[in-house]
Design a protein around this ligand. Structure first.
Ligand code: AMP
Length: 193
């Protein structure tokens, strides 16, 4: 069993077109509050990022935002959580800070910022830099094409099947949080063929 206390959530700085994305971001905040989980996220007030942070904050949860200096602007940052906002000197320092503070990583739907962040922590998992659960909240099949592409990478001999299986995929927030606790992947060595 994993002792998960703080979750890093990567997600869009936009809301997306389907209202189910925003609803799911709110539900994730709610489900985290029920389990007394803290949030570490990008510190912004827009899109799904703002929604998940507001949802947890409004329920009295612990929210830590990590913003790079260049994005620390009044129109970008989330004012309600300014007391716990961490300002990093660069994007790299920001991500390292988020990764250090988190016990598990979750991606909601998003754009390239979200993909980059979740794929980086997934890469670090397969290389053994950490052993923390990495999960996709695959609401409305948003990540189906990425999952198909990852399976293509397995089929073509670039990604190990057990590394793909280590990625948690769930369609709703409560099931996903339950999986983080029981996740226990014994990963093969990426550096060996
Ligand atoms: P995207 O999925 O392309 O919208 O990018 C979202 C990710 O990039 C977030 O997890 C943030 O780390 C970062 N990011 C992009 N836009 C912003 C913003 N307006 N405020 C804070 N972080 C942002």
């Amino acid at each position: 069993m994993n002792n998960i206390r703080t979750l890093a959530v990567f997600c869009g700085s936009s809301n997306g077109k389907n209202p189910i994305y925003e609803m799911t971001a709110r539900q994730l905040g709610e489900a985290m509050s029920k389990k007394c989980l803290g949030l570490v996220y990008g510190g912004g007030n827009r899109g799904l990022m703002g929604t998940v942070a507001q949802s947890l904050y409004q329920r009295g949860g612990n929210v830590i935002g990590v913003l790079p200096e260049a994005l620390n602007r009044p129109d970008v940052r989330m004012h309600q959580v300014e007391d716990t906002l961490i300002i990093a000197s660069s994007m790299h320092e920001r991500k390292q800070t988020m990764y250090d503070l988190a016990d598990a990583f979750v991606a909601l739907p998003g754009g390239i910022g979200t993909f980059e962040e979740i794929l980086e922590v997934y890469t670090w998992l397969q290389l053994g830099y950490h052993h923390k659960p990495v999960a996709l909240l695959n609401v409305a099949g948003f990540y189906d094409q990425l999952l198909a592409f990852l399976q293509h990478s397995v089929d073509e001999g670039f990604l190990k099947q057990d590394h793909l299986h280590a990625l948690i995929v769930e369609q709703d927030a409560e099931s996903l949080l339950a999986r983080l606790v029981t996740w226990n992947a014994d990963l093969s060595d990426k550096l060996r063929q």
